[in-house]
Design a protein around this ligand. Structure first.
Ligand code: NBP
Length: 463
């Protein structure tokens, strides 16, 4: 008699895996867990009070799953994924199917799809977003692969995903590594919006001299309207948290050095390879890097002095955030469209916006109109060309301009706000000064240039 009692296995019961496994269990799935560290496996099993079986023996874990098996990995991206795959290989059988749910680089996913397919196994890369709470009560999930592969495991994911009007926030993002690509860009947009929020906070507090309760209330109020989103909501909560170890606000005591795991940088790197501008994401990555150089910043402040003060309206700050959020979505979705064409993903941007509407970190009320824009015109070259989006952006971009101008005059750095504004101004410039660059290139390198009034390539003797 077979001991295979489970329909789905999950490897890696850290923050995300443990929460997702419980979510799967709560939603009627017959699931089993594996964790490398035996004491942790035993602890998680004990905590479940008999509801969960958790192995720390990989062979026993694999053999407890019904064939053909479906096994999901939620381990740290990179070497750990390859190690787990290598450890499992001796126990896998034809048609077993592995899903990597971590934040793997899409190129690693391409490699693993090739490797596992050659060995006769299925392999899918899937982004999962929503943090621990999302994983426990409804994440957004971004799988990549074939419709047949999705059909094998889609029901399990749909049972646990966040829902909007009954529509689950999980769907096929496209072929091959599309799922991990979309998740990477999701994280890039996340970097942009988080940094924009931090910049508005800085303008409010350091520039306009508002106190913490004022800032917290403002974010709380904004979360009731057009800015309603997970990141604005948690910012309001973060700002009003009192320090438990000393007097004052906790956020004032936190070191001003932002860490990163790399997904924002990967987004920027691949956007550059594709030739697609995503300046808000680039600026957010650089801002985190600059934040790391605390001693350098302190020495420079001693030489050049710190920022001055400014006056800015709450409405302009609201509009600056809304415009930046809208522009960040536009940049990221344009990058996904370009990647889809380059890498053969065949991604559908309406589907991408659909799964981002709830469960994920960049969820906001703006994603439903964005979904509708792509539903109306699947070939939309840029969100900036959609009528409803344009009307909204026109209504808030002046606020962004006012905030950027005031902050720059006062010397408060607003890299993401200003990069977003420059992106907007660049896109809406029918004529840019690239003619001068073409002339310079032809001057020093005989690279030739095209003319506006005649066909062909031209070269001039400039001096
Ligand atoms: P954690 O650090 O909480 O857990 C990592 C898990 O990987 C642990 O169960 C650990 O086992 C296991 N693991 C490692 Br590390 N190396 C292993 C190996 N060689 N063999 C077997 N298991 C191994 O990470 P997490 O926050 O749950 O993240 C998991 C994945 O999900 C990552 O790719 C992450 O980027 C992604 N993600 C995280 C979040 C988030 O908010 N945290 C959100 C979205 C996506 P051990 O207990 O024995 O050390």
């Amino acid at each position: 008699m077979s001991d295979a009692n489970y329909d789905f296995g999950l490897i890696g019961l850290g923050t995300m895996g443990h929460a997702l496994l419980l979510n799967m269990l709560d939603n009627g799935n017959t699931v089993v867990g594996y964790n490398r560290t035996p004491s942790k496996a035993a602890e998680i099993e004990a905590l479940s009070e008999g509801r969960l079986k958790v192995y720390s023996d990989l062979e026993a874990f694999v053999k407890s799953i019904r064939k053909p098996r479906a096994i999901m990995l939620l381990v740290t991206a990179g070497k750990a994924v390859d190690d787990v795959i290598a450890g499992m290989l001796p126990y896998l059988e034809p048609d077993d199917f592995i899903i990597d749910g971590g934040n793997s680089h899409f190129r690693d996913t391409d490699r693993r799809i090739g490797y596992m397919t050659e060995k006769g196994f299925g392999f899918m890369g899937m982004g999962v977003s929503g943090g621990e709470d999302g994983a426990r009560f409804g994440p957004s999930m971004m799988p990549g692969g074939t419709p047949a592969q999705y059909d094998r495991v889609g029901k399990v994911f749909e049972s646990v995903a966040a829902k909007v009007d009954g529509v689950p926030c999980v769907a096929l993002m496209g072929n091959g590594s599309a799922g991990h690509y979309v998740k990477m860009v999701h994280n890039g947009i996340e970097y942009g919006i988080m940094q924009a929020i931090a910049e508005v906070y800085d303008v409010l507090r350091r520039g306009a001299g508002k106190d913490m309760p004022y800032a917290a209330n403002l974010f709380h109020t904004w979360n009731q309207g057009e800015l309603a989103s997970f990141l604005i909501e948690i910012t309001a909560t973060v700002l009003k948290k009192e320090d438990e170890l000393a007097d004052g606000w906790l956020v004032d005591k936190i070191s001003d050095k932002a860490r990163a795991k790399g997904t924002g940088k990967w987004t920027s790197q691949d956007a550059m390879d594709l030739g697609i501008p995503v300046p808000a994401i680039d600026a957010a990555v650089s801002a985190r890097e600059l934040s790391e150089s605390k001693p350098l910043r302190q020495q420079a402040e001693a030489i050049y002095g710190s920022a001055g003060t400014l006056g800015v309206s709450d409405q302009d700050l609201h509009d600056a955030l809304l415009a930046t959020m809208l522009l960040s979505y536009a940049m990221g979705l344009t990058q996904i469209r370009a990647a889809s064409a380059e890498y053969g993903y065949e991604s559908n941007l309406e589907t991408v916006a659909t799964v981002w509407r709830a469960g994920c970190i960049i969820r906001s009320v703006q994603l439903e109109p964005i979904r509708a824009a792509f539903a109306k015109n699947p070939d939309l070259a840029s969100l900036l060309l959609d009528d409803a989006y344009a009307a909204k952006l026109k209504g808030c971009v002046d606020g962004l301009r006012n905030v950027v101008a005031s902050a720059q005059k006062a010397g408060i750095p607003v890299p993401v706000l200003s990069a977003s504004l420059a992106y907007f101004d660049g896109i809406r410039s029918g004529r840019l000064p690239a003619n001068v660059i073409q002339a310079q290139r032809d001057y020093f390198g005989a690279h030739t240039y095209e003319r506006l009034d005649q066909e062909g390539s031209f070269h001039s003797k400039w001096a």
